[in-house]
Design a protein around this ligand. Structure first.
Ligand SMILES: O=C(O)CCC(=O)C(=O)O
Length: 245
């Protein structure tokens, strides 16, 4: 399968970031994560595998927030966003993924759209015309993500649907014959459509930063929390195109 986003739904770009860029980011994200873990002990022990909304967090300083906004809207990321979205795109949110507390916890095949409350028919229609795209930035070598290539535009086979929806005795963590694992290294960027059937691969004490972009349409704007977006004053220092104005 060629690494062509329109066809496969993902792009794996090796050595995309410099070590310095990652170290500057880690100076913010590691302390953030340590405070998050302390304040979310119960959630972590009950199964959480990610935190989110780092840009609106009280665990980071104002200058750190601006640094993250600059990172998100830097030219080499903005250029990829412009090439992938058919129309204007917006920054939606950030997430940090880590390993579960319980090392036996199963991962789960899903499409992000299945959590929006839409009917299956609406989901099937919308994956063909709406775009939510993750930019995954691993801060450690990790097992990565397992993806079903081309599923960002193609609806499930029987095996895929039964697995992700726990039907007919299948479980969301069961093997899919169509799954492709993408192990990732530090400095890589994995761009993948949230429409795709995918699952995280836990292990190696992973620590990975996701930036999410979406179409600039009312359906998605309702999921944007303005607190995660730059203020008017912050926008003066940023490439404004990717943010809510
Ligand atoms: O890495 C993971 O555990 C899951 C990632 C995922 O499902 C997502 O980013 O939508």
């Amino acid at each position: 399968m060629p690494e062509n986003y329109e066809e496969s739904g993902y792009l794996h770009l090796e050595d995309f970031f410099t070590e310095n860029e990652l170290q500057d980011l880690e100076k913010i994200l590691i302390p953030f994560h340590n405070v998050w873990l302390k304040n979310n002990e119960n959630g972590f022990q009950s199964g959480l595998i990610n935190s989110h909304s780092i840009t609106s967090s009280e665990y980071i300083e104002e200058n750190e927030r601006l640094h993250i906004f600059r990172f998100i809207s830097q030219e080499k990321i903005a250029d990829i966003v412009a090439g992938l979205f058919p129309n204007k795109a917006l920054f939606l949110n950030t997430q940090l993924f880590f390993d579960p507390f319980n090392k036996e916890q199963n991962n789960y095949w899903h499409r992000d759209i299945q959590y929006t409350g839409m009917s299956l028919e609406q989901q099937q229609e919308n994956i063909c015309r709406q775009n939510v795209i993750h930019f995954r930035i691993p801060l450690k070598p990790e097992l990565g993500i397992e993806l079903v290539p081309a599923s960002h535009r193609i609806w499930d086979s029987e095996e895929e649907l039964e697995t992700r929806l726990s039907l007919n005795g299948r479980k969301p963590s069961d093997k899919l014959t169509t799954g492709k694992m993408r192990p990732l290294n530090r400095r890589d960027l994995l761009v993948f459509s949230a429409n795709m059937i995918h699952r995280g691969l836990y292990g190696n004490d992973r620590f990975t930063f996701d930036i999410i972009f979406c179409d600039d349409i009312p359906d998605f704007k309702k999921f944007i929390d303005v607190r995660d977006q730059p203020t008017k004053k912050e926008l003066e220092f940023l490439n404004k195109n990717l943010f809510l104005m």
